[in-house]
Write a protein that binds this ligand. Structure first.
Ligand code: ADP
Length: 151
C-alpha cells in the first residue's frame, strides 16, 4: 500500500491545494490530508471548519482521508504508516523552504517527499492571499473550492 500524507494548514483549502490533491492522489493508493494544528499559530478558520471544507470537497473520493495532527509530520507519518509526504511547489521561495524541510525529514526518518509543481494558472493562489481577500470583502470564491464558504 503506497500511502502519502499531504500536510498543511489549509487555512482555508484553496484551488491550489485541490489541484495538488487531485493530481497527487493518482500516484498513491491512499492520500491522507493532514491538517496541522499548532497552538502557537493563529488561524482564521477553526480546525473543525478546515476539516469540514476538505471533507466535503473530497467526499466522493475513497482514496482520500482527512485527519488533524499535532507535532512533527514524520511522527504522524509513522503513526499512519505512510512512506511519503506530498508537497506542492509554486516558486523558488517554496523550493528553498521545502528543500530544507524535506532534507530534515529525511534525516529524521526514511520518509521521502514527493513534489508536484503547481498547475499553470494556480501558482499565485495561497491561503494567506485568500484570507486577505476575505478580510477586505473581496470575492474569494474564485480562489477556493465551492465547499469553502465564510457563512
Ligand atoms: P503550510 O503552512 O504547511 O505551508 P499550506 O496550507 O499553506 O500549509 O500549504 C500546504 C501545501 O500546499 C504546501 O506544500 C504548499 O506548497 C502547497 N500549495 C499551496 N498553494 C499551492 C498552489 N497554489 N499550488 C501548488 N501548491 C500549493
Amino acid at each position: 500500500m503506497r500511502r502519502a500524507i499531504f500536510p498543511g494548514s489549509f487555512d482555508p483549502l484553496t484551488l491550489g491545494h485541490s489541484d495538488i490533491i487531485r493530481r497527487g492522489v493518482t500516484l498513491f493508493d491512499e492520500l491522507i490530508i493532514a491538517i496541522g494544528s499548532n497552538a502557537e499559530k493563529k488561524y482564521m478558520f477553526s480546525i473543525e471548519q478546515r476539516m469540514q471544507f476538505i471533507t466535503a470537497a473530497f467526499q466522493s473520493e475513497p482514496k482520500i482521508k482527512v485527519f488533524t495532527y499535532k507535532g512533527l509530520t514524520v511522527d504522524f507519518c509513522k503513526k499512519m504508516d505512510a512512506e511519503f509526504i506530498l508537497r506542492g511547489l509554486r516558486n523558488p521561495a517554496d523550493f528553498e523552504f521545502e528543500k530544507a524541510i524535506a532534507h530534515t525529514n529525511r534525516k529524521l526518518s526514511e520518509i521521502e517527499t514527493v513534489f508536484l509543481l503547481t498547475s499553470s494558472g494556480k501558482s499565485y493562489i495561497s491561503s494567506s492571499i485568500v484570507r486577505d481577500v476575505i478580510r477586505n470583502g473581496g470575492d474569494y470564491t474564485v480562489l477556493v473550492p465551492d465547499t469553502v464558504r465564510t457563512s
